[in-house]
Design a protein around this ligand. Structure first.
Ligand code: A3P
Length: 320
């Protein structure tokens, strides 16, 4: 663009080419401002901080990958759109949950920044970006943010399986994946910076930032669904409670229910990163359990990760 005011809306590919890059996962990762991003996405994602325009009534679902994004999107979308859709005629019956809530700045999910500008308020949006790569205006205009994290050993095992599922090249061994993960080199990592940024924000703005864990939804989904409805500004009415709506939403968005929908069993996938990854809707549903790490990681690996986690999180009061 010849207009200097618009210059920043184009990715600076020259800058991207100078950033540190590492191989190992299904696509190379590039370190941008202390965050490892998939190299093919850096150009677009680095524009979000300057160009995404938050609105006071936005709701942003922020997640570390493999920590329950699909689940949170399904729940938040179903809760907030319940006056518009019945369960018999529901967008989730035909659309993968990742696509009912756009990822900010990711065109393939309806999250192209121009497209987001055109959406009516209130917007329900999502991101894997750490807070430090989002516009600081998110805090000043008072957007509500729902964050979800997960016990790191389970998040790691989920990441490893997922990467091998979507990758089209040589698989990554558990040991190599573990080393990268512990060095913080994972998509949107280091995971500890990601968790901690949102954790601190939830302490600073408790009414605007809700901090959730995958494990607490597993252990009491009904409680979380009710809390989420209140947080989203659409608490269940007495009538809705009597009719069992909260329970129905829990059931509708459960792992078994979503996984068995045709939209999520679809064999067709989307090719990305010049053929390096092939995403299928079914890859987002694997096991959906707490503690599956024991079936994959050695005792030594588990202890090593626990020490890392204690080291990184202890001063903040965040425990796993
Ligand atoms: P596992 O690999 O441990 O099974 P994300 O959606 O952030 O990519 O996270 C994916 C993880 O969430 C996977 O974990 C997946 O199985 C699980 N998951 C997806 N949908 C779920 C649901 N409706 N309920 C519970 N877990 C779900």
């Amino acid at each position: 663009s010849l207009n200097p005011l618009e210059a920043s809306s184009q990715p600076d590919e020259d800058l991207v080419a100078t950033l540190p890059t590492r191989e190992g996962w299904s696509t190379p990762l590039t370190l941008y401002d202390n965050c490892w991003l998939r190299s093919h996405m850096v150009g677009k994602l680095m524009l979000v901080r300057e160009n995404f325009k938050p609105r006071p009534d936005d709701i942003i679902l922020a997640t570390h990958p493999k920590c329950g994004t699909t689940w949170l999107k399904s729940l938040a979308f179903t809760i907030s759109s319940r006056s518009r859709h019945t369960f018999a005629d529901h967008p989730l019956l035909t659309t993968n949950p990742q696509h009912v809530v756009p990822f900010i700045g990711v065109a393939g999910t309806g999250g192209d920044l121009d497209h987001l500008d055109a959406l009516p308020s209130p917007r329900l949006l999502s991101t894997h970006l750490p807070l430090s790569l989002l516009p600081p205006a998110i805090a000043t205009v008072g957007c509500r943010v729902v964050y979800i994290c997960r016990e790191p050993k389970d998040a790691f095992v989920s990441r490893w399986h997922f990467d091998n599922k979507i990758g089209t090249g040589a698989p990554i061994s558990l040991e190599d994946a573990f080393d990268l993960f512990c060095q913080g080199c994972t998509p949107f990592g280091p995971f500890w910076d990601h968790y901690l940024q949102y954790w601190k924000e939830s302490l600073a703005r408790p009414h605007e930032v809700m901090f959730l864990r995958y494990e607490e939804i597993v252990s009491d989904p009904l409680k979380v669904v009710r809390a989420l409805a209140c947080f989203l500004g659409v608490p269940f009415t007495e009538e809705e409670e009597k009719s069992g709506l909260a329970e129905q939403i829990v059931g509708f968005c459960s792992f078994e229910s979503l996984r068995n929908l045709n939209a999520n069993k679809a064999a067709a996938g989307i090719e990305r990163a010049g053929g390096k990854i092939f995403l299928e809707a079914s890859s987002l549903f694997r096991k959906g359990k707490v503690g599956d790490w024991v079936n994959h990681m050695s005792k030594d690996m588990g202890e090593k990760m626990d020490r890392l986690v204690e080291d990184k999180f202890k001063p903040s009061g965040l425990e796993f």
